[in-house]
Structure formats: structure tokens, C-alpha cells
Design a protein around this ligand. Structure first.
Ligand code: GLV
Ligand code: MG
Length: 319
């Protein structure tokens, strides 16, 4: 399955030091979870959390959820031990390492090299474990294109709004909402689009970060809806109450999914010998061509990754 086809609509943050939350996360219908060694894990709890995380990954019970661990960023003293303990201890049961506060391509290369060493030393398949790069400050955003291409392991580019807002001195404490005083558009548009362009240019997934007002599910849905409308693939969830909204907002509607699959079938037929080798043709009242096929592929890819099943099917004309 290629990167693009692994659903990451809902990505659940789980503190790596909290066994209760880890056990709960196993039961939740998220596409991905990440066990956190960074900001949801107090400095004194980090050494113990590494062990808890290794045990939790090796115990299994995660179904087909993507299994990710967020390590600490390279400016701390914790990163190498986070990576070494987790990959050595549970590399076979891990899909990706999330690297926060990435600022340069070199930081991704450094992580790749360390992971490669561990894989070689322990007999793991080299390169299987991916990297998720979090963009959380101005330098990271400026370098996002180089970060996306720094290693073939990079699977996602993630927006970290809380750290980002702090790092650029944005005058607001409410993550995801517009800063008071800015009333001429969406203050996040440039950031989201820069991340999305880097992701799309290099076949990575673009993921939106957390929404902290966990009781405000309508607010979550609104902010997630904006990212989804632009083309993002998923968003973090911090609480079980946000999961349904994430899975729904980042899946195509049933009507759009059926329509996309029908465009693919119809275009396939119209361009064939039997269909008259046509490059442009009518599907009902709509003209479809190669560009329609490309748009349909995006919707159908997301629907298939989300496990959707088709409703009414288009069939070739019989006369
Ligand atoms: C997530 O890590 C954030 O800073 O928003
Ligand atoms: Mg952060």
C-alpha cells in the first residue's frame, strides 16, 4: 500500500507515560495513534515512558491502526535515547517515528541515519519504519520543502499549531481559532497551504495538528473541515469525542465516493476500444476527461483507504 493510501484521518495523541490512556487507545476507532514522549510526557517521566511504550507496542492489540511514537526534538538531550530504546525494543511493532519541531532537512537525515544503524544492528528491515515531520516554527516552515524530501522515510508533514503560534508570537492562546484583531482572512492559510504544497509536491500526507478545546466538538469539526477542504488528509484527536468528527470530515461523502468510482469506471470504458477510444465523454450531464479522472482518483483513494463500499454503479450503455 503506498503512503497516499494509508488512511490517517484521525491521529490520536496518547501520553506515553499513562498506561490507562494507552489501554483505552487500543479500543478506539482511530486510523493512527502516537505514543508521546515529548510534550505530553513530563521530563521526569520520560525514561519510564520509553519502557512503557516499548511494552505497549510489543503487547499488540492495536488492530490495523498505524503505530507511531513521538520522540523529543533534536535540541533536547532525550532524542537519541528515545529513538534507540523504542526502535531497538519495539522496531518490529512500529510504523513510524514522529519528529517534532523539525527545522532543517539535516534533522530528518540525522534521524534516518540513526534509525538505519539500529535496523542494521538488530536485523530489522532497513527503511520500513517511516518518519512523520512536525512543522512547528518559522524555520521549519521555510524549509518545509527540503524537509519533505530529506529522506524517503518521510510519510507525513504535520502542522503543530500550538508551538507554531508561540514561535511566531501570534497574539492568541486559542489553538486553531483566529487571533483577535486579525479580521481580514484566515491567519493559518499560508502555513496550511505551505505544508500542503510540500506534501503534495512529494507525495506525502498533510496532517493538521491538535484542537485543544476538547469539549467543543463543533469547533473541532469547523477547524478540521477547513483543513479537509484545502486537501489535508487528517487531523490529530486528543479525546475520544473528536474521533467521529475527524473520521467523517476527512472521508469523502458517500455520494462523492460513488461519483468518483463511477467516473473512473466510465472513463476507463470510454477510452477503451469498446467505448470508442474517446478522451472526453459525457457521464450523465457532465463532461469527463483525463483531469476528471485525476480528481476522481483522489476521492476514490480516500474512500477506499477509509474502507467505504460502493453504492449505485455506472454501467456501460448497452446499445
Ligand atoms: C503540537 O505538537 C502542537 O504544538 O500544536
Ligand atoms: Mg508541539
Amino acid at each position: 500500500m503506498t503512503t497516499q493510501l494509508r488512511a490517517r484521518r484521525s491521529c490520536m495523541a496518547v501520553p506515553g507515560s499513562n498506561q490507562k490512556f494507552i489501554d483505552k487507545a487500543r479500543t478506539l476507532p482511530v486510523d493512527q495513534f502516537f505514543l508521546d514522549l515529548e510534550d505530553a510526557c513530563a521530563p521526569l517521566a520520560k525514561p519510564g515512558a520509553r519502557k512503557t511504550i516499548v511494552a505497549a507496542l510489543n503487547e499488540g492489540g492495536w488492530g490495523d491502526k498505524l503505530r507511531v511514537v513521538r520522540v523529543n526534538d533534536w535540541t533536547t538531550e532525550w532524542t537519541y535515547r528515545d529513538v534507540t530504546e523504542v526502535v531497538e525494543g519495539a522496531g518490529a511493532n512500529l510504523d513510524a517515528i514522529m519528529l517534532p519541531k523539525v527545522q532543517t532537512a539535516e534533522q530528518v537525515v540525522a534521524l534516518d541515519l540513526l534509525m538505519t544503524q539500529i535496523e542494521k544492528a538488530t536485523g530489522l528491515e532497513v527503511g520500513r519504519i517511516g518518519i512523520e515531520a512536525q512543522i512547528e516554527n518559522a524555520l521549519g516552515l521555510i524549509n518545509v520543502n527540503a524537509i519533505a524530501t530529506a529522506s524517503p522515510r518521510v510519510e507525513t508533514i504535520i502542522f503543530g499549531p500550538a508551538d507554531f503560534m508561540a514561535s511566531i508570537n501570534m497574539k492568541s492562546l486559542v489553538v486553531g481559532e483566529q487571533p483577535p484583531g486579525y479580521d481580514v482572512g484566515d491567519a493559518y492559510h499560508h502555513i496550511l497551504m505551505s505544508i500542503l504544497m510540500a506534501a503534495r509536491a512529494h507525495d506525502k500526507q498533510a496532517i493538521d495538528g491538535p484542537y485543544l478545546q476538547i469539549k467543543d466538538v463543533d469547533g473541532y469539526r469547523r477547524v478540521a473541515g477547513r483543513a479537509a477542504a484545502l486537501g489535508f488528509d487528517g487531523k490529530w484527536v486528543l479525546h475520544p469525542g473528536q474521533i467521529e468528527a475527524a473520521n467523517e470530515v476527512f472521508s469523502p461523502s458517500q455520494a462523492d465516493y460513488d461519483h468518483a468510482e463511477n467516473i473512473l469506471d466510465a472513463y476507463d470504458w470510454f477510452t477503451s476500444e469498446a467505448g470508442g477510444k474517446r478522451g472526453a465523454a459525457m457521464l450523465g450531464d457532465e463532461m469527463i476527461d483525463e483531469a476528471s479522472r485525476k480528481m476522481a482518483l483522489v476521492i476514490s483513494g480516500k474512500g477506499r483507504a477509509a474502507g467505504m463500499t460502493r453504492g449505485e454503479r455506472w454501467t456501460p450503455p448497452t446499445d
